[in-house]
Design a protein. Structure first.
Length: 140
């Protein structure tokens, strides 16, 4: 299989195998006018299998969404066909409008225009808590 290199854009590498479509939907990549390539189940020495997403345009990516979905992703910024910057992600300390509070008594259930804000309270167990009601949300 041959996937052309890109001249200017972003390559999301080291995505856990099978997670690329979650990222595609969460970042709304279907709304872009540029080419987006999803490469699934690529052989990887370090990971066994991985997914890759290539975006043939210089767009703004929400690193918090990526870090929440898969903190092992590497974001490569490409200019003139060369990687000019690599960003290694971690679980974000704070999430805004990425996940929703499931507590029916939370203020966000009554006031839907409020931002859904969660803070990371346990990095090891990947647990976030709503800043309004303190409900727990464990990352899947």
């Amino acid at each position: 299989m041959n996937i052309d290199s890109i001249k200017r854009g972003i390559v999301l590498d080291h995505i856990k195998a099978g997670r690329s479509m979650d990222i595609y939907k969460s970042l709304h990549l279907d709304e872009l006018e540029c080419c987006v390539a999803i490469i699934k189940n690529v052989k990887s020495n370090a990971m066994g299998r991985k997914d890759i997403i290539k975006i043939d345009d210089d767009i703004t990516i929400d690193l918090n969404v990526l870090g929440y979905i898969d903190p092992g992703i590497t974001v490569n910024i490409i200019e003139d066909g060369v990687i000019v910057e690599k960003k290694h992600l971690e679980l974000p300390e704070r999430l805004t409008n990425v996940i929703r509070c499931k507590n029916p008594r939370c203020i966000t259930s009554v006031e839907p225009e409020l931002d859904q804000i969660f803070r990371l309270t346990d990095k090891t167990r990947q647990i976030y808590r709503c800043i309004y009601c303190d409900s727990e949300k464990k990352k899947k």
